[in-house]
Structure formats: C-alpha cells, structure tokens
Design a protein around this ligand. Structure first.
Ligand SMILES: [Zn+2]
Length: 195
C-alpha cells in the first residue's frame, strides 16, 4: 500500500463523525484491516473472470449476477458531492452523470500518463465502489464499518469511513487502477465526496 493511499484513507477516517472516539493506536490496524477486506473481495471477484474477459465485461457480469438495477439521477447534497449511491432491497445503484463527467476531468491527467481511457474508467471506478457496498450488505463479514464499534447507551457507534476505504480499495484492485480512488476525494476541502 503506497503512502499516498494510506494518507488519503487516514484523511477519510479522521473526517468520520465518530473519529473523536478513536484511540490513535487503533488507527494503523483499522486502515490495514479495511484495505484487506476490499482486497479479499476483489480477489474473489477476479477469480470469476473468464479467459480473455475484459474487466468491463467482468464488472457488468458481477452486476447482472447480483441483480443490481442501474439508474441515473441528480444526487446533490449540501456540502457534499455524491457521484453514486447504493440502496439495498432491492439492490440498486443510482449514478449522477454530471459527477462522473467531473470525475473524468479530474482523472484525465493521470489517465493520459498511464494510457487509460478516462470516461470508462471514471464510470467503472464508481460502479465497482458501489458494488462493494452491495457485497458488504449481503455478507456481514465484509462490512468494514464493523471493524470498529463502540456500544453506547443509545446503540452501537460505527466508523462509516472504514466502509468507504474498503470500497475504494476493492475498486482499485478489481479494475487494476494504478492509483487509489480515495485520493480523488479531497477530504480536506471541506465536505468529502462520497461515491
Ligand atoms: Zn461508498
């Protein structure tokens, strides 16, 4: 795991509304554990890849297999930029096309350097991230939020950011992206982006 990825993940964790409850010494373990969950599920998905099957086709196949409906919509939330959201029962992903266009512009420079196509990568990066949210709802063992939990009087508190860290890592490994997608969230500009 490169230091830029770790720095981006740490920034996400520090922005979590429950981060004030964390002990400093818990942080390295939590980051590694969240990355590891994303990696494990990406490896499981890649093992289903057919011979000569493109990653685009693999991703489409995983969506079909999961029965996730794909929709388009405007996802504006004050203070946030939301590229896509996942909702469960029935599983559906809603993508904001304008946000994907903006993401495409953000990654253009990086893509040109690495010989990648920014439009399809921007879209697939977001779709893969949302797919992880489906898996963690289906399989509690993949729910990265649960890596840390405090039981409080009015119910347990979780660190939702751990789920985002794992989902970004899943997307990176599944699509073999040469950078960590969480680096694009610019969490210190106030109001993190959520995909
Ligand atoms: Zn997410």
């Amino acid at each position: 795991m490169c230091s830029q990825a770790r720095a981006a993940a740490l920034a996400m964790l520090r922005q979590d509304k429950n981060a004030f409850l964390l002990k400093e010494e818990e942080i390295p373990f939590l980051l590694e554990a969240a990355f590891a969950l994303g990696e494990k599920q990406a490896a499981a998905c890649l093992s289903l890849r057919g011979e000569a099957e493109s990653l685009t086709a693999l991703l489409e196949g995983l969506y079909r297999q999961a029965g996730i409906a794909l929709r388009q919509g405007e996802l504006k939330l004050p203070g946030y930029r939301v590229r896509a959201v996942y909702s469960h029962s029935p599983p559906a992903v809603t993508v904001d096309r304008q946000e994907i266009l903006d993401l495409q512009k953000e990654i253009k420079g990086l893509c040109l350097q690495k010989g990648l196509e920014p439009w399809s990568l921007a879209r697939e990066m977001v779709l893969a991230h949302e797919l992880y949210h489906y898996y963690e709802r289906r399989d509690p063992g993949l729910d990265a939020r649960s890596l840390w939990r405090q039981n409080k009087l009015f119910g347990p508190r979780y660190l939702r950011s751990l789920s985002e860290i794992a989902a970004h890592r899943f997307s990176q490994i599944l699509l073999q992206i040469p950078f960590y997608p969480g680096e694009l969230d610019f969490p210190d500009e106030g109001g993190s982006n959520h995909v």
